[in-house]
Ligand binder design. Structure first.
Ligand SMILES: Cc1cc2nc3c(=O)[nH]c(=O)nc-3n(C[C@H](O)[C@H](O)[C@H](O)COP(=O)(O)O)c2cc1C
Length: 188
């Protein structure tokens, strides 16, 4: 069965640099890897413990998408030196119930873009922290794409070779984690 990677953009806007970054990543993946950008984040309601027994279709859909993916690639903007609320909310839902979270041992990589100079480094660090707390196997690496409005070529690829190489390295790391997990669980 093909390896499946799910891309999750922390930005909902249609012209998002982070969604663009996920597309640039998709172009660097080996053809045998299936890649999809998750499109349902906006439909997920605010987390409420009272709703945990019946979280609704959008949350079930989100959890199933994670379950069905061999690995996750998050691209996050930075909002006020942290991650967008919509992303934290989605992670909170995915992290429950704690003893059966779909994030447990899931291979995950985090990358990010911002229009500021620092490329969402703080947001990436916070996102890695939240995902690790939820039990995911989070790659240590980060990919800060600063001045994101100038970072992409017309064909959608990252303009700077340094960024492109770092992204390819991150993807290698993620695919390596996926293979390592499959070797242990015998899945895929
Ligand atoms: C509410 C809000 C807060 C922001 N805070 C930061 C920030 O702390 N650091 C930063 O580098 N950029 C910040 N930005 C600018 C974002 O990096 C920029 O809007 C970026 O393009 C968002 O990602 P996107 O293109 O994927 O939507 C902020 C933008 C918004 C809307």
């Amino acid at each position: 069965m093909a390896t499946r990677v799910l891309g999750i953009s922390g930005s909902l806007r249609s012209d998002s640099h982070n969604t663009r970054l996920l597309r640039a990543a998709a172009a660097l993946l080996p053809p045998a890897v299936e890649f999809e950008v998750y499109a349902g984040l906006k439909a997920i309601p605010p987390f409420d413990e009272d709703d945990e027994q019946a979280p609704g279709a959008s949350v079930e859909h989100w959890r199933a998408a994670i379950t069905n993916a061999d690995g996750l690639l998050f691209a996050t903007p930075e909002y006020n030196s942290s991650i967008p609320g919509v992303l934290k909310n989605a992670i909170d839902w995915a992290s429950r119930p704690f003893d059966a979270t779909v994030l447990r041992n899931k291979p995950v990589a985090v990358i990010g873009a911002s229009t500021g100079m620092f490329g969402a480094v703080w947001a990436q660090a916070e996102l890695r922290k939240a995902l690790a707390a939820a039990g995911a196997r989070v790659l240590d690496s980060e990919l800060p794409v600063g001045t994101a409005h100038e970072a992409f070529a017309d064909d959608g690829a990252l303009a700077e070779q340094e960024h492109s190489s770092a992204l390819a390295e991150t993807l290698d790391g993620l695919l390596g984690e996926i293979a390592a997990r499959a070797a242990v669980t015998g899945s895929r």
